[in-house]
Design a protein around this ligand. Sequence first.
Ligand code: NAP
Length: 473
Amino acid sequence: MPGARDSKSAELFMVFNVAIVGSGPAGFYAAEALLCSGIPVRVDMFDRLPVPFGLVRYGVAPDHQKLKAVTAVFERIADNPHFSFVGNLDIGREVQVSQLQAAYHGVVLATGAIGDRSLDIAGEDLPGSVSATELVGWYNGHPDFRDKSFDFSHPTAVVIGNGNVALDVCRILSKSVDELRRSDICEHALDELAASNITDVVLIGRRGPVQAKFTAKELRELGELDEVQPVVDPAELQLDPASIDEIQRSAAAARNLEILRGFAHRLETATKRRRIHFRFLLAPYSIEGTRTVEQVNFERLRLSGQTGNQGGTPSGQYVSIPTNLVVRSVGYRGISIPGVPFDERSATIVQQKGRVIDRDGNAVRGLYVAGWIKRGPNGIVGTNRACAIETIELVLADLIATSFESSDLRRELFLATLRGRSLKLIDFQGWRRIDALERADGAAKAKPREKLTRVSAMLKASERALIRSGSDI
Ligand code: NAP
């Protein structure tokens, strides 16, 4: 069948067009895997915001600049001539996923997990009860949270959750302004934190120290801050037999315990202006207040269950902590996208190894998923690389196996339609102008950058690079 072989090799020489929705780590690692595959692919990456990098820009803590250095890798990926960025376009609202499916040979959804899990307790919606997503978004200058306000007038703040995000929040609430000034924390947040009355941050875990999800490096950092005294009651570190087993099996848990024991043995020093208190086995029960939060109530738990799978059993004893500020840091939650199969329980898109799966259990042709919206909000930035590679292997296999009628026409028609609408789209050059401006503003204050925090300001800064008819996109 020489004819069939010829037509197959002709297909291999066509350029495959792939759309990626979301420009965070999973989106960029997916782009890298496509562009380095050796198969001719053009990647158009879409983001709701005018600026790229998702959680690296808006989730990673402002004082963790080393973690943000990964953006240099993403910038190099964006330099590829077959890569384009289309910022300030909300897929699911301004353009439907089905329109992308019609215009591209493949669509990869990498939208992350931008919502937050709730506690489902009374008083959770009182003013003063905030999610870590809101607080982190605010101090990191996310336009959605820029105008939130937080009450730092009470001496005690309570942070619920024992993950790395909770540690980030504790650190930012308790670091000195001089320490924060060198980070890329936004000016509006620095001003508010400079006037903070907080002296005590109470970090609450519903299980024990051995079951905490935070990692040793981040925990150790809390013991190295200029103005902060970590406080642990040694009685909180007493372990039940199953936790002793767990320590033997998990080096990470053993390291955490060792650090916490070190904190417990530290003498309180009068030079430290603030304290971070580690409390364990307290399950949030209710949040009370007349107009705003006045106190949080917890039920004391006892650990029960098998080694490696211990849960908390109520003890009937209660503990209350007076405060005006409760930060709920109990995990992110994925948000559904119109027209895409979504599992509400896990808050992820229904998928198998990255292929989106419909109600009948069949793969949806040309639709894929990567990152937190695929596997849930866990792992570090680099975890998304392996996750994206797994997805892109399937994308490439499907592209090669499928016959397509035409290569570029559908994409070009789609982009022409976009250009014809009154949308203000930003390309990567536009981002580079924003980036240059932010770095210059930051340099004047000896900071890595001073972020633009409003979409209108971003659009203005990138003005000459707004995508217009005639540009590449
Ligand atoms: P996480 O690691 O999943 O931690 C969530 C915490 O919330 C757990 O301690 C969990 O306790 C607790 N929790 C859940 N529901 C609760 C409830 N109803 N009441 C009380 N506590 C509850 O989530 P995360 O901190 O948001 O972090 C997300 C991911 O980003 C993680 O993989 C994290 O390591 C990563 N991250 C990394 C860094 C870094 O590398 N520096 C910084 C930030 C985030 P249970 O264990 O009992 O469920």
